[in-house]
Write a new protein. Structure first.
Length: 376
């Protein structure tokens, strides 16, 4: 693949050091901004065969959609976008390098996580979602593979490639444009209304957050026992998820997030209060101890490749092993059928329509509005 380069550098400044993770449509590299001497993550679209030119064009639009969506959100729980470079065959997104591992991998390796830790992760992901919703961006693909956990326990929400914009009251906003039959997001973490073809709303992101926390508590998602994506979507559309059994605010709020009726799901402040209360219940010895460093230090260019990743790995996640003395807390944790790792359909999205938050901020500050709602 050819891209604007000088002396082997992309756009004359970005050096690709080593691959960190590969997905169905893109590869993420550890990179170096030679101009600023700054380590970065560089996401490169995987070239498609000539026969799949249409799908490749969709994937290009999706990667630009991810960059546009993430660039609108300024929050420590969302990786910052630094640059987008257009190559002859595909674009490159230059992003903040996050040293961490996907939550899906931790669940697969460790099984169900301690409730106070799950609550802390959920609180951080909720804050990232709120930051996006404030500027009109819906994530639409919240799932364990898209939540990175850093060595110090910080949770970062990634993969805004399925993001769309939220509409005002009574409107559907800016939904993604997909191929016929394509469903945006990971099937096992898609809200029931989305599985039934309804427009995306902030409440749909909250359902996906609930399913992600369910997976962290139980070792698998509420519908991860289905055989394929179609069966999963049918189950989500028609069935209630297994009830999460346990005492305390965390279990109550996760069950509330998984209510089928979007209007009956809790509000953001209710979720935050419940998660804060659950996170504060950490055993004293755990609360006083430093977070485990489960990601090896990142090497500088020229050193061996790291074992950890800074971007989500394969879509979906495997059923986690239950550790000795740590029993599942939900009725659906001991299913007999294997979990199927599913690929996500290729989809494209239209550009965000309006930056409502920017206009409101200008109005409040007395600054004149800029035509088209663009940032000043």
């Amino acid at each position: 693949m050819t891209a604007p380069a000088h002396d082997g550098l992309i756009a004359g400044r970005y050096q690709l050091v080593a691959p960190m993770g590969r997905g169905g449509t893109a590869t993420v590299y550890r990179g170096l901004d030679t101009l600023l001497d700054l380590e970065v993550a560089v996401k490169q679209l995987t070239p498609a065969p000539a026969a799949d030119a249409g799908l490749h064009a969709e994937a290009i639009e999706r990667i630009f959609s991810e960059a546009r969506a993430a660039a609108r959100i300024h929050h420590p729980g969302v990786a910052e976008v630094y640059d987008v470079v257009s190559g002859e065959d595909s674009p490159y997104i230059v992003m903040q390098l996050i040293e961490g591992r996907p939550l899906a991998e931790l669940i697969a390796e460790q099984g169900p996580l301690p409730p106070h830790r799950v609550a802390g992760i959920g609180r951080q992901v909720l804050a990232a979602l709120v930051a996006g919703h404030i500027v009109g961006v819906l994530h639409q693909d919240v799932e364990p593979g898209n939540v990175l956990i850093t060595p110090d326990g910080k949770a970062v929400l990634t993969a805004f490639g399925t993001a769309g914009t939220a509409g005002t009251a009574g409107t559907a906003g800016d939904p993604p444009v997909t191929r016929t039959g394509a469903v945006p997001g990971s099937p096992g973490y898609l809200a029931p209304e989305r599985a039934n073809g309804m427009p995306a709303t902030p409440a749909a992101d909250l359902w996906s957050l609930g399913a992600t926390l369910y997976a962290a508590l139980c070792g698998q998602g509420p519908f991860d026992d289905r055989d394929d994506a179609r069966a999963t979507l049918c189950a989500i559309a028609d069935e209630d998820p297994p009830h999460l059994a346990g005492d305390g605010s965390l279990y109550e709020i996760v069950n509330a997030l998984l209510r089928r009726d979007p209007a009956s799901r809790p509000a953001f402040h209710e979720i935050a209060r419940a998660l804060d209360a659950a996170a504060a219940n950490a055993p004293p010895e755990v609360a006083a101890a430093p977070a485990p460093a489960f990601v090896p230090p990142s090497p500088r260019p020229g050193q061996p490749d790291p074992d950890g990743r800074s971007q989500p790995g394969p879509r979906g996640h495997r059923r986690g092993r239950v550790r000795a003395g740590h029993q599942p807390l939900c009725a659906g944790a001991a299913r007999s059928r294997p979990v199927i790792t599913r690929s996500r359909p290729v989809i494209t999205f239209s550009r965000p329509i309006v930056a409502r938050a920017g206009r409101l901020a200008r109005a409040a500050s007395g600054r004149p509005a800029i035509p088209g709602g663009r940032r000043g």
